[in-house]
Design a protein around this ligand. Structure first.
Ligand code: 3HC
Length: 692
């Protein structure tokens, strides 16, 4: 079977794209489409042409794997134009999702019919791109400028019925036999003849529509170029001719394609799809059952995990040994369901169904039946060992015993049981029902099918699971330690908390480190540091955070931390008292204060991440640099358009990162700035993390 095939049924030619897994528009698909459109057009016994797809979906877009390589003919915009120019009616029969270039192919067709479960969309913005095969010119002509921009700027696909209401498609096929319905529809299309979008005009746009779109992207897109260029293309569609619009779109598309932003976002796309493939664990290893869970610990984390599992359709029992704590956990789960209903995310029936699968208990009773037990009590090894010892005696054979520790040794916890193969770390991020990352920590003895099950659990919960090795803080928090360490030093050296936060926010981080500390609670890190015996003997180390905690300033929860918070507000306000405290402490410690540039803040914080990431790779704690990137993009607010810290290092050059770290070592001493072995190797040989 080739990637595109043609067959004739009566007087209808059926072109079928068959390019698994998602029928992406690789060169062979583009060439096949062009060839068979021409063949069908020349076929005297053909009156109309249907383009459809085999497999799970209509064409999901241009082949992203071909991006960044020399382009191969025929080019997609030419194939799209060729389809539209066809003199016989061409109908797109859409199932699954018609996305990006796939939807652009459908827009080039003269008519569109979609199965009721199908969706269409232009998600290029998520890849730092804009629709580059006439989508910015055709969609506004069909649905109006405002609606077209909404679809392109959000990148969200719309379901068939909504697409029909908008005018993006012509028919919805309700029966499962899409092709039969498309064939019947083709009879009508033959009577009407080809109907080309390029001949249409964009409907009169409402005044202010572009200003509104610009305002909407201002807060969200934060320096991304493609949203603004999408708006410009649509403006062009409303003011100029079709061909002129195409040329304008092409230029803007190529500009986006060449940008490091798109490179970073494309890296993010593939990295997130690779993390699920663990070397050494083949497809033959299947997941254990994951129908029922017991979550031990009814605090914020435990309740969030329980809610996430309930939302994924699992039966969940929340366990705590404290009556009041358990009641608070139950209430917070009920509130999460009610909040979901209020915000229109779930229906009243979904809420009821979720709560019907939920129970709570003061004892370990339900542990005996659970497929997975997730411990989420506070970070204390002795307590965790006690819990694992107890559940080991009750849990059924084959149950997965997971700990939500964010730092402690999985092997030590596993040793408290007689079944270390069943024990794994599942490091959720707070709030657990929202944050996409699940760090899956494999112990020395964790069984392969427990790892596969954990990845399956991540998928079920709508999260991205990344398998990492066991060490203090694993990948994410171990790197965070270095990043936050530098931001703490910078405070003493003269940078104001709000300046550090603004610089890193403007660089793309979701929040600055000082605001994050206040949000998470400065006391959390403080307690974790007190548990460690391996910290450097350096009075400056996390000194500002320690002082604040010792003054009772824990962050948002106490109304003050690094910043001040007005009652009921989460807005961080700079606090002159903290500024003075830092100045006085710097003086006491003999730290010279100076003006610190934005560039130095970025380099000190981000290069500290990269250096530690390289060490983690070298030790085999992370298997590939892309895994580290996925962790930082999904768990720590690292900007997606920079592709994660390790991809960022590759983008600016490992030689530059290495040289700057050597400078830092010479300036600040080797204690924190000794370049890692791997970074040295790459930096002195022109290598990239991605090539390892
Ligand atoms: N090109 C190349 N490979 C693609 C691809 C694409 N457009 N879309 C998906 N794939 C690959 C994935 O990498 C994955 O490969 P793997 O099995 O080797 O890891 C495989 O297809 C399956 O993908 P998913 O795991 O994501 O499968 P799902 O079923 O969860 O999702 C999907 C399917 C909704 C189609 C999702 O893959 C998706 O959103 N794809 C991207 C769609 C997109 O962004 N299209 C626009 C491309 S840019 C464009 O068209 C430019 C044009 O305007 C000129």
């Amino acid at each position: 079977m080739s990637a595109v095939n043609i067959e004739r049924h009566g007087r209808i030619s059926l072109i079928v794209v068959d390019n698994p897994p998602v029928n992406a528009l690789s060169q062979t698909v583009r060439a096949g489409l062009e060839k068979y459109i021409e063949e069908a057009e020349a076929d005297v016994e053909c009156d109309a042409i249907i383009i459809s797809c085999a497999g799970r979906t209509f064409i999901a877009g241009a082949d992203i794997k071909e991006f960044g390589k020399p382009p191969l003919e025929p080019f997609l915009p030419d194939v799209v134009s060729r389809i539209e120019a066809c003199e016989k009616p061409v109908i797109a029969a859409i199932h699954g999702t018609a996305l990006g270039g796939g939807f652009e192919i459908a827009l080039a067709c003269h008519y569109r019919i979609a199965h009721a479960t199908a969706a269409v969309g232009l998600p290029e913005v998520h890849l730092g791109l804009l629709p580059g095969a006439s989508g910015t010119q055709r969609l506004p002509r069909l649905v109006g400028a405002g609606q077209a921009m909404a679809m392109m700027l959000s990148g969200k696909p719309v379901k068939a019925r909504e697409a029909l209401e908008l005018g993006a498609i012509d028919r919805v096929a309700d029966s499962d036999d899409l092709l039969a319905e498309a064939t019947r529809f083709a009879e009508d299309c033959i009577k009407q003849g080809p109907r080309r979008i390029c001949d249409m005009k964009v409907a009169e746009t409402e005044p202010g529509v572009f200003e509104t779109a610009r305002k909407e992207i201002a807060g969200k897109s934060r320096g991304l170029i493609s949203p603004e260029l999408i708006i410009q293309c649509v403006e062009k569609a409303t003011s100029g001719g079709f061909e002129e619009g195409l040329a304008f779109e092409r230029e803007r598309f190529l500009e986006c394609m060449a940008s490091p932003q798109s490179d970073g976002l494309r890296h993010a796309f593939f990295a997130e799809r690779q993390v699920g493939k663990v070397p050494g664990i083949g497809k033959a290893v299947s997941s254990r059952s994951l129908e029922s869970a017991v979550v031990i610990g009814a605090g914020t984390m435990g309740s969030g995990i329980a809610y996430a599992c309930l939302s994924a359709g699992m039966s969940v029992t929340l366990v705590d040994n404290d009556d009041a704590g358990l009641a608070r956990g139950v209430k917070s789960i009920e509130n999460l369901f009610s909040g979901g209903v209020q915000r229109g995310k779930i229906s009243e029936a979904d809420k009821e169904d979720g709560l019907n699968r939920f129970s709570s208990s003061l004892g370990y009773g339900n542990v005996a039946d659970a497929d997975i037990i997730i411990e989420a009590v506070f970070e204390n090894m002795a307590i965790k060992k006690e819990i694992f010892g107890a559940i080991d005696k009750i849990a059924k054979p084959g149950a997965i015993l997971a700990t939500n520790t964010s730092t402690l040794s999985i092997d030590e916890i596993a040793a408290a049981t007689g079944r270390p193969g069943d024990v794994i770390g599942l490091h959720f991020f707070s709030p657990a029902h929202i944050m996409r990352l699940l760090e899956i920590v494999r112990g020395e003895k964790t069984a392969d099918d427990v790892i596969v099950s954990s990845l399956e659990l991540a998928r079920k919960l709508g999260k991205v699971g990344v398998v990492v090795g066991n060490c203090f803080g694993f990948v994410g928090n171990r790197m965070l330690y270095c990043y936050a360490r530098e931001s703490q030093f910078l405070l003493l050296e003269g940078a104001a908390p709000e300046f550090i936060d603004q610089v890193l926010f403007d660089w793309g981080m979701a929040m600055g480190p000082n605001a994050v500390g206040d949000l998470a609670g400065l006391d959390v890190g403080y307690k974790a540091r007190k548990e460690r015996s391996d910290l450097p003997d350096d009075p400056r180390f996390y000194r500002v955070a320690d002082m604040l905690v010792e003054m009772g300033r824990y962050g948002q929860k106490t109304g003050k931390g690094m910043y001040l918070y007005e009652a009921g507000s989460r807005k961080p306000l700079p606090d002159p008292e903290v500024a003075k405290l830092i100045r006085d402490e710097a003086k006491r410690l003999g730290v010279a204060r100076r003006d610190i540039s934005a560039e130095e803040i970025i380099e000190r914080c981000v290069y500290a991440l990269i250096n530690e990431g390289a060490r983690i790779l070298d030790e085999g704690i992370a298997r590939k640099s892309a895994d580290i990137d996925v962790i930082w993009m999904n768990g720590y607010g690292f900007p997606r358009h920079r592709g994660g810290p390790m991809h960022f290092a590759d983008t600016i050059g490992t030689d530059r990162v290495y040289a700057t770290i050597c400078e830092f070592r010479d300036r600040f001493g080797p204690l924190y700035w000794e370049p890692s072995k791997l970074l040295k190797e790459l930096g002195t040989s022109g290598g990239k993390f991605a090539d390892l």
